[in-house]
Write a protein that binds this ligand. Structure first.
Ligand code: DGY
Length: 322
């Protein structure tokens, strides 16, 4: 049996699970940065299993470097757009992801961004820290009331979108959603109304994205879609950066085409478009939506359980769909 390669040290609970496998282990030695490509290619040589993160491109070149003993790639994320799944399948390598365990944590941050952008919380924090003189005033940092009939548009109502819908329902928001689960009994019970994208964009006060990145969703939100939103509306993205045309978003935010945005992900991650950094009406986070301690432990443990199953000849717990 070859080694297990881990492209970054995980949280302590997840590392305990990794060690419990009892496999020879190679862990990239910089906990804060992904392995440089050549280092990655060198370190996977002879591996039986890889636990990768969304920062690694997992493709034919990597499979060639690992060699024929590689049996499983456990991507420690629900998204797996960094993995060439077809290339893995062609070689009989199992690919798994970590669905389910991060829904609530991700929904917390998505809804946090809904609140932060609509009520201008970060802008107000910056104002306080600037030392500006202030006195309470009826128009100081007024924003959008979520609980006064505001509409949340959820693009791609899956597990995470549903967790966001539960939060929005608790706030008394009207909820529109796209995606096959928008017509489910669970969605109906939360008051979710199924809508197509154009209706959702036209009627929502906040649009939040929860679809995977695929060729079909690349730049799903571009200049035309932003122009279809209300000028008072906000956009939240905790999905994947390239779902939004970031240059078009900057243009729209600069010109008041929409009112604001809350972003956890970027088109050219980890570099946000420079235009975003200059804008007050945008809240920027460094891709931390799943960064709850227990959630990160659970993601790592699920990745480990997938490795354990495949190496034991059992079916993986959460193979990527398709
Ligand atoms: C994912 O799981 O896809 C997130 O983006 C990182 O947790």
């Amino acid at each position: 049996m070859g080694h297990l390669y881990l492209s970054r040290e995980l949280t302590p609970g997840a590392m305990d699970a990794v060690r419990s496998l009892g496999l020879p282990l190679v862990v990239h030695d910089d906990p804060d940065r992904p392995p440089p490509r050549q280092r990655l290619l060198d370190d996977v040589r002879g591996a039986s299993a890889l636990i990768t993160l969304l920062t690694e491109r997992v493709d034919d070149e990597l499979f060639d470097a690992a060699g024929p003993g590689l049996r499983v790639v456990a991507n420690c994320a629900v998204g797996y757009d960094n993995v060439s799944v077809d290339a893995a399948r062609a070689r009989g390598i199992v690919v798994t992801n970590t669905p389910g365990v991060l829904d609530e944590s991700t929904a917390d941050v998505a809804f946090g961004l809904v609140l932060a952008t609509s009520r201008r919380l970060v802008e107000a924090d910056r104002f306080m820290r600037s030392g500006a003189e202030w006195v309470w005033g009826p128009q100081l940092f007024v924003g959008l009331d979520l609980s006064a009939g505001a509409t949340l548009g959820i693009v791609g109502l899956g597990r995470i979108g549903m967790a966001v819908a539960r939060r929005a329902a608790a706030f008394g928001m009207r909820i529109l959603a796209t995606g096959s689960r928008a017509s489910s009994a669970e969605a109906h019970a939360l008051g979710v109304q199924p809508a197509d994208l154009s209706r959702l964009l036209a009627e929502s006060d906040v649009v939040t994205l929860h679809c995977p990145l695929t060729p079909q969703t690349h730049h799903l939100i571009g200049a035309q879609q932003l122009a279809a939103m209300k000028p008072t509306a906000h956009l939240v993205n905790t999905a994947r950066g390239p779902v939004v045309d970031e240059a078009a978003l900057v243009h729209a935010l600069e010109r008041g085409v929409i009112a604001g945005a809350g972003l956890d992900v970027y088109e050219d991650e980890p570099r946000p478009h420079p235009g975003l950094l200059a804008l007050d009406n945008v809240v920027l986070l460094p891709h931390i939506a799943s960064a709850g301690r227990a959630t990160r432990d659970a993601m790592g443990k699920l990745a480990v359980d997938n490795v354990r199953a495949v190496l034991a000849g059992d079916p993986p717990l959460t193979p990527v769909p398709g």
